[in-house]
Write a protein that binds this ligand. Structure first.
Ligand code: GAP
Length: 451
């Protein structure tokens, strides 16, 4: 089997796991679904939340040169004239004269309609922005757009942030939020959807230092994925060719991930030069320059933009974590998710439903829930319950058995190695805390029973 063919099977498995265990459902499924829109279920919403939190922590919380922002999705329509989206954010489409289906002309292999073989029109540009109306009257003057990227909210707030935070160059603004694109080519599950979330940084620097900062961000962002568990061999950097470069970009690299369908963009990192601030200053008539205290000059900063997708990151983390192994004659499905990303950090499992055991297990559950997302499961055999937690990536299971009633200890079982250690119940929280933040599990294993 070729590499691509063998990985394609995996995508089907990912889709099936996500559906079966409540990570991701088709949007409005009871009405037959809405094309390329997805709903994140109880586990999916935790995974997405954890990805966003890990990103925010790395780029805002742990740095003193980036601040956060949450701009509105609807922006003044002039924003999109200034940004170039009204004119340039378009795909060339052809329409079949027979069945009237539309196709991206750059995706077509032949000269005829791939669906019915009919004759095609000449390509026409089709804008990818969703249009709607603000206020009660549906007229041209009240047209607004759902933002196709979060970036513009940060450019138009540049002066607000400088004035209120007194940040000096180099500094950045970071934002996480929804973006909408009326994509023509969709598919590959959540890889390309019409409503998605972005995590973007606009990093403002002095011109002349832009190349250095660009390289810095390439490395920083690649390392973020690796630290959260993505295998290095599944990541690569790819430079955009001149023909591919967006109208605003001087240089752009994609961080590609080896998805089941092949290498594809996970994140884009662009050197946008002074394009955005110059454009918005010109369209708004407001100054967006910056006073450089060192040279006593007014300058327009350059912008380095690392722009990541939450949904694509979720897909990459799921694909990279997915594994199957043979355990006691059965296939064990495991998500080796990094503990920071795992939707559930620990599951509390009483060995039986006997009243005395349940009371202890429920108390442990109540205690641990104060700190993390923890689940409680007492249905079916302990082996099955372990498998259910392995499949959703829960790093630790806490098992309460009859011995626990006597020695006030419980067993912690680790997902990847299936090793187990015995811990006093009143030390469960501190032990799990240490293990979740990376302490080795096998320091003092009592036994290594596979289970
Ligand atoms: N501000 C720059 C910008 O938006 P982009 O390369 O068009 O650049 C950045 O998008 C990231 O947003 C992509 O790398 C991808 O992760 C995510 N993204 C873009 N379009 C998407 C879509 N239709 N569905 C899911 N994610 C998407």
């Amino acid at each position: 089997m070729t590499e691509q063919a063998s990985r394609k099977v995996e995508m089907e498995k990912i889709v099936s796991l996500c559906r079966r265990r409540g990570f991701i459902f088709p949007s409005s499924e009871i009405y037959g679904g809405l094309s390329s829109c997805w709903d994140y279920g109880p586990l999916g919403v935790e995974l997405k939340q954890n990805i966003k939190q890990a990103w925010w922590r790395a780029v805002v919380q742990e740095r003193d040169d980036i601040v956060g922002l949450d701009a509105s999705i609807l922006m003044h329509p002039q924003t999109w004239a200034a940004s170039g989206h009204l004119e340039g954010f378009a795909d060339p489409l052809v329409e079949c004269k027979n069945c009237h289906l539309r196709w991206r002309s750059d995706d077509l292999k032949g000269n005829n309609c791939p669906s019915c073989g009919g004759e095609l029109t000449e390509p026409r540009l089709f804008n990818l922005m969703f249009k709607t109306f603000m206020g009660p009257i549906e007229e041209e003057a009240s047209v607004v757009y759902l933002r196709p990227e979060t970036a513009q909210g940060m450019f138009v707030n540049f002066q607000n942030v400088v004035n209120t935070t007194r940040k000096r160059l180099p500094f950045g603004i970071a934002q996480i939020g929804k973006a909408f694109r009326n994509e023509i080519t969709t598919g590959n599950f959540i890889f390309r959807s019409r409503e998605f979330e972005q995590m973007e940084i606009e990093f403002f620097v002095k011109s002349g230092t832009d190349e250095e900062w660009f390289n810095y961000w390439l490395e920083e962002r690649l390392n973020w994925y690796v630290k959260l568990g993505i295998k290095k061999e599944n990541l690569r950097l790819r430079e955009h060719t001149k023909g591919e470069l967006a109208h605003y970009a001087r240089v752009c690299y994609d961080i590609d991930y080896l998805f089941p369908m092949g290498w594809a963009e996970l994140e884009g990192i662009a050197n946008r030069g002074d394009f955005d601030l110059v454009q918005h200053a010109s369209f708004s008539g407001k100054s967006l320059d910056y006073f450089d205290e060192e040279t006593k000059e007014h300058i327009i900063p350059y912008i380095i933009e690392p722009s990541a997708g939450v949904d694509r990151s979720a897909l990459a983390f799921l694909c990279d974590a997915y594994d199957e192994e043979l355990a006691e004659g059965e296939i064990r499905v495991i998500l080796h998710l990094h503990p920071a990303l795992a939707p559930i950090k620990a599951a509390v499992l009483p060995l039986s439903r006997r009243e005395k055991l349940v009371a202890v297990a429920k108390q442990i559950y109540a205690d641990l829930r104060q700190w993390w997302m923890v689940s409680y499961d007492d249905a079916q055999s302990i082996g099955r319950r372990y498998r259910r937690q392995d499949e959703i990536g829960t790093p630790f299971c806490v098992t309460v058995d009859f011995q626990s009633l006597e020695d006030e200890q419980a067993t912690i079982r680790e997902r990847d190695t299936m090793n187990q250690i015995r811990v006093p119940i009143n030390e469960l929280k501190t032990t799990l805390e240490a293990k979740l933040s990376g302490e080795r599990f096998d320091t003092q294993p009592l036994w290594t029973a596979k289970g």
